[in-house]
Design a protein around this ligand. Structure first.
Ligand code: DC
Length: 228
């Protein structure tokens, strides 16, 4: 069974998806990390890239996912780059790189084949991203669209960075959240959009525990009703 979790940056998808996967004994696939890996490959060559450059680099590199216990690792040309993907540098460029058609086509193929493998092996998978319920797995048994106001999302990110002892500037983070929303929602290929059959979860006033149990309970109800 595939559970799709889409929504804008900072709505709580990744942490929720991880906890839901753990609670249900499913695998978790972080598709944002895959777009970040290609972005890293592009930036390693140059910060001033065109769509043609990005397409060439994306075509030349290999992106794989590996699981060590429950943790998903991203391999770029065979090298584990997981720890290099959540930086302000990548945050600044990832929405642009992920708006390019060739990059999306490559990663959507990989995402489908990883999920197919898991399903064939008898596992369920929780997948988070922007286009999972609309484009990658429109057949997903359960779809959620997680939202929260830009201010709430920026504040969460700000608190998270401070909690990690890292420097953080709230206004800069809010600007990045708004910029990424505009690019992710406005792009031509697979824009961020709620699937018609997705359940909307506004996490602005929900606790983390509430988000996770709402998703898990909905999945379990759906399984009971439809025997999926
Ligand atoms: O979820 P994230 O913040 O790690 O995603 C990073 C970027 O990748 C985000 O700005 C949009 C893009 N992305 C996408 O276009 N499609 C996906 N399925 C996942 C992420």
């Amino acid at each position: 069974m595939i559970i799709a979790l889409d929504g804008p940056a900072g709505a709580g998808k990744t942490s929720t998806a991880r906890a839901v996967a753990k609670g249900l004994g499913y695998f978790y696939m972080d598709t944002g990390a895959m777009y970040r890996a290609i972005t890293l490959a592009v930036l390693n060559e140059s910060e001033s890239y065109s769509e043609v450059d990005a397409a060439r680099i994306s075509d030349a590199v290999s992106v794989d996912v590996r699981y060590i216990q429950e943790q998903m690792l991203v391999l770029l040309n065979g090298e584990d780059v997981t720890e290099l993907l959540r930086t302000p540098w990548i945050n600044k460029h990832v929405s642009t790189v992920s708006s390019f058609k060739a990059v999306r086509e490559k990663l959507v193929d990989i995402q489908r084949s990883v999920a197919r493998h898991m399903i064939d092996e008898g596992y369920g998978v929780v997948v988070d991203g922007r286009d999972i319920g609309t484009v990658v797995f429109p057949e997903a048994a359960c779809k959620f669209f997680m939202i929260a106001s830009p201010e709430v999302r920026a504040q969460r990110r700000y608190d998270e960075l401070l909690g990690q002892g890292k420097p953080a500037d709230y206004d800069e983070i809010l600007q990045n959240v708004n910029d990424r929303d505009a690019i992710d929602s406005g792009r031509d290929v697979a824009p961020l959009r709620q699937a018609d059959d997705a359940l909307v979860l506004d996490t602005s006033t929900m606790s983390f525990k509430e988000q996770v149990s709402q998703v898990i309970n909905t999945v379990l109800e759906r399984q009971e009703q439809h025997d999926v």
